[in-house]
Each structure stands twice: as structure tokens, then as C-alpha cells.
Design a protein around this ligand. Sequence first.
Ligand SMILES: Nc1nc2c(ncn2[C@@H]2O[C@H](COP(=O)(O)OP(=O)(O)OP(=O)(O)O)[C@@H](O)[C@H]2O)c(=O)[nH]1
Ligand SMILES: [Mg+2]
Length: 507
Amino acid sequence: MTQDRSLGRWLWTGVRNIASGVSDNLDTAFNEQRIRLAVTGLSRSGKTVFITSMIQNLIALGQGRDTLPLVTRRLDSNGRSRLRRVTIDPAGVQTIPYFDFQTKLQALARADASWPPRTEDLSEISITLEIEREGLGQKLGARRVRMDILDYPGEWLLDLPLLDLSHAAWSEDTLERLRTPDMLPQTGKFLEFVRGLSPDGPVDEATVRRGHALYKETLSALRNSFGLRYLQPGRFLCPGPFGDAPFLWFFPMAGTDGPLPHGSIGRLLLDRFETYKREIRANFFDTYFKSFDRQIMLVDVLGCLYAGKLAFDDTAAAIHDLAVVLRDGWGSWARGRRPEGWLSDLPWPLSLSVNAASYVVSTLARNKPVDRVAFVATKADHVPELDRQALKSLLSHLAKSAAGAIEADRAKVSYHVAASIRSTEDVTLQIDGRPMRAVQGVLTPGGRARPFSPGQIPAAEIPDYFWDAAYFELPDFLPPRINPRGNEGIRHLALDEVLDAVIGDLL
Ligand SMILES: Nc1nc2c(ncn2[C@@H]2O[C@H](COP(=O)(O)OP(=O)(O)OP(=O)(O)O)[C@@H](O)[C@H]2O)c(=O)[nH]1
Ligand SMILES: [Mg+2]
């Protein structure tokens, strides 16, 4: 009898669990829309700051603050917001590190508020917006829009064009680029070293390590001296969990396409290069970058404009390739190749990478295309309001060829000028009795606000004489201190416009 009863209870519990499992699934299918949002950009373009500000402003919006006016308008129903709440989803059992939102927020709330450090590894966060349905749908209760957002070091993205290159092809491309006359002061030492080596020569581990170290120093020097970003392999500048594993100890060298004896330097470099490709493909691209629904492409237009022509062209090439390749996971690279004559005066040949990488497309599954792509010129608080239109035109010029390819696939493309955390005020200065537009912000903790004018921003084609002016780095204004509870949101410029363009249709 007791046995019968416990069997009955066991069966009943089983039925109940199954039923609740089914209803959970039904609830998810019916009430939840899940999207993967790609916040993409080269290193220092502003990804981490953007994600932090976006989440905090959405949370504050969910608490009734009008932090994102255009989104508020979208959610308005006869003067009442349909947004019930915005929550960060618990970490659950996810295998990727969690995007540590709270720590970033706390750093902004301290008396000496500071920007987040460079991102060193991949992390993910999911947020859920609970929204009431409109009209007759109201009776069905609230629905949920869940967004999965990935943060990662910008350098890693640039390994994408490497994936289907042989060591020989990559070396040819890279060495030619390093021979660009303006770069020789930074690249000469490595070029001389590699000229003295023969790919057939026997491996001497100390020499290979030295070559690797010299090549890494060269990449860092190009990044620091010219503000270049299209530097490969990305893990040489930001190794992440691979640390300094031996398969990373390679460098470009001519002549690795012929037969190479076992135990030769060329064979070792080639083997390490192939292992590198396999590792990053399996551990990063295949795993995390396969499919996105919406894409936000952040571009530090101002930073590269004032870093000079090399940096500007380098960014233009990189955003073209990234925007196109990420549009539908991977599947568009081939179709989106840069048209003939596009930026024909680029200082190095990229066609080799682009052509070879098109092969990658045919070997990887095509995913659902991205339906919306927003290009955003970040850190626009360095520019007075009246000059932001020129910045927007410049961004659309820079992204023109990428956008053309994306639009051909019927994705909606938009352009924006934004600051995720507005750190300046607009001011008018008097220079020789004439008014001049500027912004001002604080550069050192406890210091006074200093004015800054970026000068005239070219709105499209950049005239040659523009590059004659001295190059400079944008001032790094400190972020304003935010309310320690963070519930007032974070001051921004046009973040609501970006969100409205990218997810407005889901609200
Ligand atoms: N004034 C201003 N500066 C910004 C803004 N957003 C980013 N910055 C500056 O840009 C720097 C880089 O921003 P991050 O968000 O860390 O850039 P990232 O793309 O995550 O960079 P990686 O992690 O290196 O790939 C910050 O440390 C700030 O100095 C902004 O809205 N306004
Ligand atoms: Mg970052």
C-alpha cells in the first residue's frame, strides 16, 4: 500500500514536471523573442562603454526615468509606458565569462570615476525587456524581448581575414604592407631580421622566438605610432586565454609556399600558423560569431581622422571587411568584396586577404542575415553640436561600400553620431574677438574643465591638404561621475537614436 502511494506520488511529480516543462517551453515560444546583438568595432572604438551605458539606461528606463527619449516614445501607449521592467538575466550555466556590468558601473560611480580597462577576454550578458502588448493583445499579458550581447577585445575580430590564408599568402600580404615607406622606422628592424633568414634553414628556437618578439613589437609600434588597427594576428596584441602558448610563436616570412624539409624554420612557422587558425576558428569564430540578428558597428571616426591618413585608410578597410563579413554571420564576404577602385590609394594591398577569405564563405554554413545594421561614429561629445552633421556624413562616406553591400541584401542600414557617456559640454569661445564653437571637459581628476575644438571636420571626400596638418590624439576626457545607485541612467548623446534604429521594431 505504502509502496503504491509513493509510486503514485512519484508518477504525479513526473507528470507535473513534464507539464511545467512543456508550459515553460510554450511560454518561451509564445512570449519571448530572443535576439543576438553584435556590438562590433575595432579596439578602442567604444564597445564596452557602449554596452555599459546602453544597459544602465535601459534599466533606468524600466524604472520610469526618461533616459532614452526616442525609445520612450516607441513604448508610449496613450501617455503610459508599455515597458514594465528591464532586468539583467542571471548568469545561469553559461560557459562564457559574464560581462561584469556592476564593476564597470561602480567604477563610473566613484569620486574618481574612470573608464573601463581594455577588454582582455570574451564575455556575455543578456538583458530582458518586459513589454505589454498593444491593443487586443493586452489580454495575453506581457511579452519579453531578450537580448544577448557579447563583448570582446576589438583586436580579435581582425583575425577573420586570416582564416583561410596560407602562411605564404599571409606573409606576402603582411610583408608588403610593412614595407610601406612611412612605416619603415617602425618596421625596418623586423624586415631586416626576416631578410636574413632562410625558410629551409634548421630550426633554432631562440631565433624563432626573437623573430616572434620583434614582429609583436612591430605591431605594437604601428598601433601606438600611427593608430593603426588592422593588425594581424589579433592575439599577438591581446592574447587572452591562450597566454603565450608556443603555437603563437610565429611571424611572417617569405618563401613558405614551396616544399619545406622537416625541422626547418619555414615548416615550423607554417605549422604554428595553421594551429593558430584552427584554434581561433574553433574557440572564437565558430563558437560565438556564427549568427547575429542585429549589428551595431562602432567606429572611432574622429580618432582615426586625427591620427592621419594611414590610420584613416586602415580603419576604412577594416570596417568595410568587418561590416560585410559579420552581416550574416559569415556568409556575405564573397559577395561584399570591395568594388573596383574602392579606396584605390590604400597604402597596402588587401585584395589578397579579401579574395582568399571569400573561400571561407563557401565552407561555412550560411546563417540568417542580419536585418538591421547601425553604423555609429562614437565619442561624438568631442565635437560641438553644429559640427556633428559633418561627422555623420563622413561616417557614411567611410562606410559607403560596406553599406552598399549590406543594403543589397535588404538589411536596413542607418548612420548615427553618438557618445555613450557624454563627458563634455558645448561652449562658445572668443578667439580674437570672434566666436568659436568648442566642447569642454575635465582631463585630470579634480582638474578644471578645458576647452577643445576639433577644427573643421570634412564631410565626405577628404582633401589631400587635410593630411598636411599635424596629427594628434583626441583628448581623453574623464567620464562624469554617475549616481552611485545608477538608477538615473547615464548621460549620453543619441544612444536612444541608435537603439531605436536597431531594436525599435521589437518594442
Ligand atoms: N568622451 C568620450 N570618450 C569615450 C566614449 N566612449 C568611449 N570613450 C573613450 O574610448 C575609450 C575606449 O572605450 P572602450 O569602450 O573601452 O573601447 P572598446 O571598443 O571596448 O576597446 P577594446 O576593449 O580595447 O576593444 C574609453 O576608455 C574612453 O577613453 C564616450 O562616449 N565619450
Ligand atoms: Mg572593450
